[in-house]
Design a protein around this ligand. Structure first.
Ligand code: R5P
Length: 282
């Protein structure tokens, strides 16, 4: 049985379809004091697959409740699928006194899970924080699907070195093209500086790929440079289209016409589903 968090309902339905498994009749309520209550209805699942992205603290609480409700309903096995794992970027105590938030979240989620899958975590090492260790699911190849068939001399570019593997996966799935990356320096949560590489982009179609677009700062900087250097068409892709705060405006001001993301987060930009990739792991 597939059990959907409120943040992942379309993806959970697509996964239920892929696996030909029923969807639990979940309900989400909030008490007058602000506490949440996520419930799964009168079901008796043998295996419960909880599908819940955690972009907010509320979504984290909801996930823990759904795991517990599944166990309470007698599930023999609880599998947790985290399409987008929030707090994953705080995977170290970067300054004295800070928590390793990803580890704290992983420990809490592990307590209710027999097996956990995380789609494109910020770093695969985040999976080591889970007990048992989580499996990283790479859905980046899906991002090649919405691209036009005949790109001109395509360059698959990541805005920082860390995302080069994702850009390479998209290139491989597309079938042809070069890869490269920009160097990035982050000055604050929403201020980044991107230094171009030597790659020639004049007249070429460029596919910029990242694991996540959060504030849109990284991507708008990268797109601005590509425009200045005469790229033909620029396609913006990411696995997790978080698009927080004023990201859509920032991207539009940089000249981005469309973002192609996946349904790990349910946004207007969720052009492709990761359901087939997750189904393959289940
Ligand atoms: C950073 O390492 C990530 O790969 C993304 O580049 C980053 O998180 C994007 O954030 P923003 O959209 O806020 O620049």
């Amino acid at each position: 049985m597939i059990v959907s968090g409120s943040t992942s309902q379309s993806l959970a339905a697509a996964l239920a379809d892929e696996l030909d498994e029923p969807l639990a009749p979940v309900e989400f309520e909030r008490f007058p004091d602000g506490e949440q209550l996520a419930s799964i209805g009168e079901v008796s699942p043998d295996r419960a697959v909880i599908v819940a992205s955690t972009p907010t603290s509320d979504a984290h609480v909801e996930l823990l409740q759904l795991q517990d409700a599944a166990r309470e309903a007698g599930a023999r096995e609880v599998v947790t699928v985290i399409p987008y794992m929030g707090y994953a970027r705080q995977d170290d105590a970067f300054n004295p006194g800070e928590p390793v938030s990803a580890r704290a979240m992983a420990r809490a989620i592990s307590a209710g899970s027999d097996r956990t899958l995380v789609v494109n975590p910020h770093e695969d090492a985040v999976c080591d924080f889970f007990d048992p260790q989580a499996t990283a699911v790479d859905a980046a190849a899906r991002l090649a699907d919405p691209l036009p068939d005949a790109l001109t001399d395509p360059l698959f570019l990541s805005p920082d070195e860390g995302a080069l593997a994702i850009a390479t996966t998209v290139r491989d799935a597309y079938g042809t093209g070069e890869t490269d990356f920009f160097e990035k320096t982050r000055h604050s949560g929403s201020e980044v500086e991107v230094s171009p590489s030597d790659a020639a982009v004049d007249g070429r179609d460029v596919v910029v790929t990242d694991d996540i677009i959060a504030t849109g700062s990284t991507m708008s900087e990268a797109v601005g440079i590509l425009d200045e250097r005469g790229a033909a068409r620029v396609f913006v892709t990411c696995v997790h289209p978080l698009l927080a705060r004023n990201a859509p405006t920032k991207l539009a001001r940089a000249g981005v016409e469309a973002v192609y993301g996946t349904d790990t987060l349910e946004r207007a930009s969720s052009a492709v589903s990761v359901a087939p990739v997750i189904a393959g792991e289940l």
